[in-house]
Write a protein that binds this ligand. Structure first.
Ligand code: B12
Ligand code: SF4
Length: 575
């Protein structure tokens, strides 16, 4: 009997790859994870088709194409499925991943109707049954739902043969280490996944074994994927201890990146350990430097300390903070662009990715917007826009667009970028500082090896250099940054590591925002008849069907309600 052939299909909206990564990619971890849970099935062949790297023409026949996705990639996914179905009409196509959960929660799962089956939830425990039933021709419902979180303590190592065959195509690896987060941000759909308002963690021994495998396969940069690395502080500490022991015994080292929350700034010993374990970058949801915007969405952990000082403390260890930044909160002041630019400078941030507030289905923010009739019926995917959001903002749409554009124009300005760099360098003048152990994120040798043979990547790099250098003032500030780095770098405090990252990040934002215009935005604001009373719908405070302790849900609603009440009282005409 011929083996049953499965192809994992990974595809994304190209605009992200083009502006951010110039052709380098991180591995699609979902495929290696599911492959591990399929490996025990007999007579199975598994392959990966990564459409960020390969074209549809490279696809080989399969019995089953497995897709994944996130919401913004909807159009790319639908197009890939249609193209594969045209070439291989007999094959079955099944989709899982965050897009399914999100669409199901939004009541729009039918938008994935072109797939033979849709899987909502964690895949580990269902995928083998799915494949066996399909292979044996047993009937399956169209929608398969897994409502409990997989116990990550039982995770398997990623499938080694598939890894070994494909890992070299990627600049860095992704290793999932935990799921869940104990915080309660109103806009976040992580807290509302089943049983996800707490940390589910992988065995630290498995984490280290996986790092060792990846290192042996030639990987030097790893994203440790999770929702919040410090969601379980004791476990985080144990992972660091194990990595440090592994480093000591083997002499191996990796550059690590992870997602965590600002409260890590309170844990000086843990920060020092994280740094020694090889963490070079942390993604932190800073979201806003405007306090009421943070309170409005119950991002209370960011208000419980001095945000800028906490960010400087974290960076003083030699770690770069990549900050998530959000515009479009109800209580954003008129000078929000200035507030954000100032906050970034004060914090010494050299990275940061601004976006516009969006209501993810199932979140309390989504409920609030629905109750206030502020949800837009937007099409799926980005639809050719750089920014497309599903809520009606309180500020006029023109103002939202203008604030964002003012911000990115100033953000890309050479003098501003130079000042960011010097403020970041000032953070490193600290007793905590520990130099990087590896070439880190911007490993030029590795980047060149990966990109020089790839015509598209070379074109994107050339475009990046051209856009960055075509403004003479930018050349001037770049030269000054070079001179400052030369003057300040030393063997105790090597700065080139950071300079390369700063430059990479600046060129990213130049690529992404050069020429940004009103036409790049699909955003709307509330109708003229909208009244102050509607900002805080009466039913909101008591709303909330979540898998969270009711006391926690109520606490979040109270924080949001208090911030909005104050705002309504202060800024809008009382109803
Ligand atoms: C790592 C990561 C990234 C990396 C991606 C690197 C890479 N190549 O993997 C980077 C930093 C580049 C990134 C960027 C972005 N990300 Co991201 N990211 C994550 C993160 C933290 C982990 C994803 C992961 O690998 N998890 C581990 C794997 C195993 O989990 P999984 O993919 O969900 O797969 C499981 C199930 O979903 C299911 N499953 C998945 N596929 C399939 C298929 C089948 C057939 C079956 C049966 C099951 C199944 O089984 C798997 C095992 O349980 C998640 C948050 C999270 N904790 O998941 C956000 C997350 C995926 N990102 C998100 C977003 C929004 C973004 C950005 C748009 C952010 C931005 N504004 O720029 C960009 C967009 C990138 C792009 N495509 O253009 C959202 C997506 C929300 C949504 N529904 O759309 C998430 C969920 C975070 C969140 N809740 O907001 N991201
Ligand atoms: S801290 Fe991050 S992961 Fe946790 S609830 Fe808030 S936004 Fe979500």
């Amino acid at each position: 009997m011929a083996p049953f052939r499965i192809v994992f299909v990974h595809t994304e909206d190209r605009s992200f790859a083009d502006t951010q990564m110039f052709g380098i990619q991180f591995m699609p971890v979902w495929a290696y994870t599911l492959a591990a849970h399929l490996a025990a099935l007999p007579d199975l062949e598994m392959e990966l088709l990564d459409l960020r790297i390969e074209s549809i023409a490279a696809a080989r026949a399969a019995d089953l194409f497995l897709f994944t996705g996130i919401n913004q990639d909807y159009e790319a996914i639908v197009a890939a499925r249609a193209a594969l179905a045209a070439i291989f009409p007999e094959a079955r196509c099944v989709i899982g991943g965050p897009i399914c959960w999100s669409f199901k929660t939004a009541g729009r799962i039918d938008a994935l109707g072109m797939f033979h089956h849709v899987v909502v939830g964690d895949g580990e425990e269902i995928v083998a049954r799915l494949v066996t039933d399909l292979r044996d021709g047993r009937p399956l419902p169209w929608l398969l739902e897994v409502s409990t979180r997989f116990a990550l303590g039982r995770a398997l190592p990623m499938q080694r043969p598939l890894l070994a065959r494909t890992i070299r195509r990627y600049y860095g690896a992704v290793l999932e280490i935990s799921r869940g987060c104990p915080f309660l941000c109103e806009f976040c759909d992580i807290r509302i996944l089943p049983d996800n308002n707490r940390a589910h963690v992988k065995d630290p021994a498995l984490v280290v074994a996986e790092l060792d495998t990846l290192h042996d396969l030639g990987v030097r940069q790893v994203l440790l994927a999770c929702d919040n690395f410090v969601g379980d502080l004791r476990w985080a500490e144990e992972v660091c201890d194990r990595i440090l022991a592994w480093q000591d015994v083997t002499g191996k080292a990796l550059s690590l990146y992870t997602w965590l929350t600002i409260n890590v700034a309170r844990h000086s010993d843990l920060l020092a350990k994280l740094r020694r374990a090889g963490f070079d970058m942390f993604f932190i949801g800073v979201e806003s430097f405007n306090r009421s915007s943070l309170l409005e969405t119950a991002k209370v952990q960011n208000t419980a300390l001095k945000l800028a000082a906490a960010l400087r403390t974290i960076q003083s260890h030699g770690v770069i903070v990549v900050a998530g930044l959000i515009f479009g909160f109800d209580t954003d002041p008129d000078d929000i662009a200035e507030v954000m630019l100032r906050g970034i400078l004060e914090s010494g941030l050299i990275s940061g990715d601004p976006s516009l507030l969006t209501a993810l289905p199932g979140t309390p923010l989504y409920t609030r917007m629905a109750l206030a009739e502020r949800l837009r019926d937007v099409r799926f995917g980005l639809g050719g826009f750089k920014y497309r959001t599903n809520i009606r903002y309180l500020k006029p749409a023109a103002r939202i667009r203008a604030d964002f554009q003012t911000f990115v124009r100033r953000y890309n300005d050479g003098r501003y970028q130079y000042e960011r760099l010097t403020r970041f360098y000032a953070c490193l003048d600290s007793a905590h500082y520990r130099p990087p152990r590896t070439a880190g994120w911007a490993d030029l040798r590795r980047l060149s090896a990966m990109t020089l043979g790839n015509a598209r990547a070379v074109r994107l790099i050339a475009l990046r250099v051209f856009r960055l250098l075509r403004a003479p003032t930018r050349v001037w500030w770049l030269a000054r940054a070079l001179a400052t780095t030369c003057a300040r770098t030393s063997s105790q405090r090597p700065l080139w590591f950071y300079f390369k990252f700063w430059l990479f990040n600046w060129s990213n934002t130049v690529m992404k925002y050069a020429g940004l215009s009103d036409a790049d935005f699909d955003v709307e604001s509330v109708l003229e008849a909208f009244t102050a009373a509607q900002v805080l719908p009466v039913a909101y405070e008591a709303s909330g069907e979540e898998h969270i302790a009711p006391g926690k849900t109520r606490a979040q609603r109270r924080v949001t309600t208090a911030a909005l009440r104050e705002f309504v009282g202060d800024r809008l005409e009382p109803a």
